[in-house]
Design a protein around this ligand. Structure first.
Ligand SMILES: [Zn+2]
Length: 232
């Protein structure tokens, strides 16, 4: 499976030629609406994104981009959209035909091409927000989405993943580095990578303490570079 960080909480996952895009923030709409400018451009040109499915964890602009989603729908009319309830409603409001949108209730599993996607608990200010366990090629990724620390994150079903992608920015209902390391210690994935950082000067964190903390636990980690692909 190929993984490319798209910045913030966004990822491009590729398996068998199928491209699952999660939480892509393409536009600069948060600057227009809340005054927070993006620090780096979206790392993939729209013409190269080629999504088969766009999956979101929740209905906030840096995950369900209300300026970016219509552009993706226009460029890729066959692309499927999926997310929990508020996101489902937002996709419809943005003009995506209902036949092309999958509503994902909590603790449910769907298939998108070769990927299985299971929604899991998250504690965030969108009450329908979720994380996902995403599987393909016999590997499993736990993507935390945006979430505060909560003991319900420490579920047995999330233990021992091949990769955990976890928010560490520590603001606006998200775990900080210490919270994220508590989860990593309890869930003990094979690798854990810090995310939801680097896009807004007002809402970011240094990944180095997280990477060092993982190293001390014997868990592989590194600071990702937006747009640079790696293999799982
Ligand atoms: Zn966010």
């Amino acid at each position: 499976m190929k993984i490319t960080w798209l910045g913030q909480g966004g990822f491009l996952l590729e398996s068998g030629g199928y491209r699952l895009v999660v939480d892509p923030y393409l536009s600069d709409c948060v600057r227009k609406k809340e005054g927070l400018a993006r620090l780096h451009p979206f790392p993939v040109e729209l013409k190269d994104l080629k999504p088969d499915c766009l999956l979101v964890t929740h209905d906030h602009m840096d995950h369900l981009d209300p300026d970016g989603v219509p552009r993706i729908h226009e460029a890729y009319p066959a692309c499927r959209f999926a997310g929990p309830d508020r996101s489902f409603q937002h996709f419809l409001a943005l003009g995506i035909p209902e036949t092309q949108v999958t509503r994902i209730p909590m603790n449910s599993t769907y298939s998108f091409g070769p990927f299985t996607v299971t929604s899991v608990f998250a504690a965030h200010s969108d009450p329908t927000a979720c994380g996902y366990v995403i599987g393909a090629e016999g590997r499993k990724i736990y993507l935390s989405g945006d979430t505060n620390y909560d003991e319900r994150l420490l579920s047995d079903s999330l233990r021992g993943m091949d990769l955990m992608l976890v928010c560490i920015n520590g603001k606006l209902n998200n775990m900080n580095c210490a919270d994220a390391l508590k989860c990593v210690k309890a869930l003990h994935p094979k690798a854990a990578l810090p995310m939801h950082i680097g896009l807004f000067a007002e809402n970011t964190a240094d990944p180095a303490p997280f990477v060092e903390g993982c190293g001390a636990l014997g868990i592989r980690s590194f600071a990702m570079t937006p747009g640079k692909e790696f293999e799982l």
